[in-house]
Design a protein around this ligand. Structure first.
Ligand SMILES: [Zn+2]
Length: 54
């Protein structure tokens, strides 16, 4: 699993880094067109995916 190669499942564009969460406990990556967002939680070694399809 590599965050650097993540792509939007909708439009296949490369996700951009939206920023760090509180105390850097998570990293948020988002599709440039806002179809999709992924929160990565290094401490928990897991991530949360959010689809924003209308
Ligand atoms: Zn997209």
């Amino acid at each position: 699993m590599s965050l650097l190669t993540e792509k939007c499942p909708i439009c296949q564009k490369k996700l951009k880094n939206k920023g760090q969460g509180f105390f850097n406990l998570k990293t948020i990556k988002q599709c440039p067109d806002r179809h999709y967002e992924k929160e990565f939680h290094p401490a928990l070694e897991t991530y949360i995916e959010t689809y924003k399809v209308s």
